[in-house]
Design a binder for this molecule. Sequence first.
Ligand SMILES: N[C@@H](CCC(=O)N[C@@H](CS)C(=O)NCC(=O)O)C(=O)O
Length: 206
Amino acid sequence: MTSSTPLRLHGFPLSGHSHRVSLMLSLLQLPHEFIQVDLQHGAHKSPEFIAMNPFGLVPVLQDGEITLAESNAILVYLALRYGEPHWLPRDPLGAARVEHWLSVAAGPLAAGPARARIDVVFGKTRPTPELLARSHALLAIIDASLARSAYLVGEIPSIADIACYSYVAHAPEGELSLDAYAHLRAWLARIEALPGFVAMPAAAAT
Ligand SMILES: N[C@@H](CCC(=O)N[C@@H](CS)C(=O)NCC(=O)O)C(=O)O
């Protein structure tokens, strides 16, 4: 299905949560307008933005009359409304396996590699040894999973991959080397080869 009204993504270029939505929109070849939210000056806490997302966080997606916050919820919406079924399998086991990784993205990935990157890129501090160790433990789990299948849920991409991609790919910006994780690096390359892939800018390049 194509969108009859323009999709509008309110986000921030260096936000991995925003990037996962940008990436999904691009993979689905959905034309959209990217509205950069001025996080530095608190635009995400303005009454107008809070009316869209009371949590005051990017990303927010508008699709006509529909306004959605929470990046993983937006991925679910885009997959079910506009995507082929492989992006979000409809069978109970396939759907549960995707949800497993959405929970990982919202839990240990956000609290691990994404947190370490925030410390370095935005906080100008070094991640603690405990945070780095916890993040490497997660990357090892992801690597082991990708030793068994090409994508996080089987042999074709799903929103599980899209939810996890951005902060895993940019983990080195948080002092987390990916050198030890060959399966994970091959998976990153597979996602980057998908038609419509768009990269998140490198933090140092902005
Ligand atoms: N659970 C939210 C997290 C979104 C989030 O943390 N957004 C960050 C940018 S990556 C943000 O808006 N930060 C602004 C702030 O914390 O004030 C989601 O998945 O959308």
